[in-house]
Design a protein around this ligand. Structure first.
Ligand SMILES: Cc1cc2nc3c(=O)[nH]c(=O)nc-3n(C[C@H](O)[C@H](O)[C@H](O)COP(=O)(O)OP(=O)(O)OC[C@H]3O[C@@H](n4cnc5c(N)ncnc54)[C@H](O)[C@@H]3O)c2cc1C
Length: 472
């Protein structure tokens, strides 16, 4: 095979998701030679975008992140990237239990909880302070559901308000550890919801410019399928990998690919001990998603209907309903032309997102799969019609993605949108204790998920790899 890159690096990073790119960039800035390998023809991983005829550009996972992204991007990327982050001020909730607009921050949520939901001010204050004080190292065994019951007993409407947006943001449910809720919700509550002006395409291009400036070799269409190790005392040590059939030598590897693939598929049997292997096998994946991408016909426009709409027709909230095959709960992300001010083809686009389960989609025959996608389109258009009457007749493009789509483009087991459940964090963090020089960095444990979580994990991993390389 024709290989245009070197055959020996300090570090190979497998996967160019936000975490992989951040780790690669950090390591290159620390002075290490870095090869970034991406199996797809486009970098970004789930931070994906795609273009369609008619001048449409669709964003896959640019729906909103906490303000912390500004600091992380300034520190680990560039001032230009950080300066393109803007607030989405119009967040709407529309469901049978409540209907209002919010800036989705602590001040406005406090106001809504007190005046709309009639919760005593003291309880609201105590709740927010409790969340702020939550610490990853606390041994708090409570679930999010139990936490809600403690502060807001018998108030399913309040539970819905607090949980629904976070389920969309990181796939967590009422049954997950309260810490996974507390950290992420507090991040959003600090100053609201933010997005990247210019779209995912501009963000990824800007990151690639930085990576190249810092000397990272970037190999796209490069599929890794094996990690090589050698004896190193009481455990194995990383010595290289195989990509597109070519063997590359390296002293450390950061895998941004799926945690389970990395440990269970790419390492030889016996490289990690049986207990750790079993622990990895037991890691549960987070749910997947469906999306409907819609573009308004050229020249058409609609009035401002909000930036992000959490809408549902389900009478009450339940984590199961949100993930069910025929869920009536979805978010609409509305992209006005102002999001891509430099675009030569200004368009209004909308992305409808629902949570979804791999098991509901994986075994459908081609015929049933096509029919299921059509049915999803119809349900989505029916729901959107309430906000934009007659929308079905005004579209220049419509297309559906399912858990199978996410699986195909990222290789994530079960098309997981947000990595693994909480227990994945421990396995991910402990990997280098089992194989010298092998690190994982990417959405895991709910907390390290989403754009902000995964970028931060990327830099944490880069620092650990740097320490390892210097020690070695
Ligand atoms: C529908 C949807 C909506 C979302 N919305 C939001 C949102 O609004 N806000 C938010 O903060 N987060 C959101 N997320 C989550 C967020 O997109 C992810 O948490 C984040 O982008 C994941 O980044 P990552 O680096 O961890 O992994 P990924 O982006 O999954 O990257 C992994 C990379 O590894 C590559 N790879 C895999 N196997 C190999 C191999 N064998 N060889 C080489 N490369 C390989 C993949 O191709 C991929 O590029 C959403 C996710 C989905 C699916």
């Amino acid at each position: 095979m024709d290989w245009q890159f070197k055959r020996k690096y300090d570090v190979c990073v497998i996967g160019s998701g936000l975490s992989g790119m951040t780790a690669a960039n950090g390591l290159a800035k620390m002075g290490h030679s870095v090869l970034l390998l991406e199996q797809h023809y486009q970098c970004g991983g789930l931070a994906a975008y795609f273009k369609r005829p008619g001048g449409y550009t669709f964003d896959v996972s640019l729906h909103g992140f906490p303000v912390g992204m500004v600091k992380s991007c300034r520190r680990y990327w560039s001032a230009d990237i950080a300066n393109s982050i803007i607030q989405l001020p119009h967040i709407r909730f529309v469901n049978p239990q409540f209907n209002f607009e919010t800036t989705f921050d602590r001040v406005d949520f406090t106001d809504k909880l007190i005046h709309l939901f009639k919760i005593p001010a003291e309880t609201v204050e105590r709740f927010f302070n409790h969340l702020r004080g939550m610490n990853f190292y606390d041994d708090d065994k409570r679930t999010t559901g139990e936490l809600f019951e403690e502060f807001f007993p018998n108030r399913p409407d309040v539970h819905r308000l607090l949980m629904e947006p976070i389920t969309y943001a990181n796939g967590s449910t009422l049954d997950d550890p309260a810490i996974t809720y507390g950290i992420v919700f507090s991040n959003f509550m600090s100053k609201g919801v933010y997005t990247f002006k210019g779209g995912t395409d501009k963000l990824v291009q800007s990151m690639l410019v930085e990576l190249q400036k810092n000397g990272v070799d970037i190999a796209k269409r490069s599929q890794v399928d094996k990690i090589f190790t050698k004896d190193a005392g009481d455990r194995k040590s990383v010595c290289g990998l195989r990509v597109n059939g070519v063997e590359i030598e390296c002293r450390a590897i950061v895998s941004n690919a799926n945690l389970k693939t990395t440990i269970l598929n790419w390492l030889d049997e016996g490289v990690v001990d049986t207990t750790f292997r079993k622990e990895t096998e037991a890691v549960r994946l987070n749910n997947s998603s469906c999306q409907v991408y819609m573009g308004l016909e050229e020249g058409d426009q609609f009035p401002e209907i909000g930036d992000l709409i959490f809408t549902s027709e389900a009478p009450a909230f339940s984590s199961a309903e949100l993930k069910s095959y025929e869920t009536e709960s979805r978010t609409f992300s509305i992209y006005y032309p102002s999001i891509r001010p430099e675009s030569k083809t200004p368009r209004y686009t909308i992305v409808a997102s629902t949570n979804a389960l791999w098991k509901d989609w994986k075994d459908l025959s081609d015929e049933a799969y096509t029919a299921a996608k059509e049915a999803l389109k119809e349900r989505t258009l029916r729901s959107l019609d309430k906000f934009i009457p007659g929308v079905a007749d005004r579209l220049g493009w419509i297309e559906v993605a399912t858990p199978k789509t996410f699986h195909r483009y990222t290789g994530h087991w079960e098309g997981a949108s947000f990595g693994t459940k909480f227990e994945g964090l421990k396995v991910s963090m402990e990997l280098p204790n089992h194989v010298n020089g092998l690190y994982h960095s990417g959405s895991v444990g709910i907390i390290m998920s989403g754009w902000l979580g995964t970028i931060n994990y990327g830099i944490i991993t880069a620092n650990n790899v740097d320490k390892f390389l210097r020690r070695a």
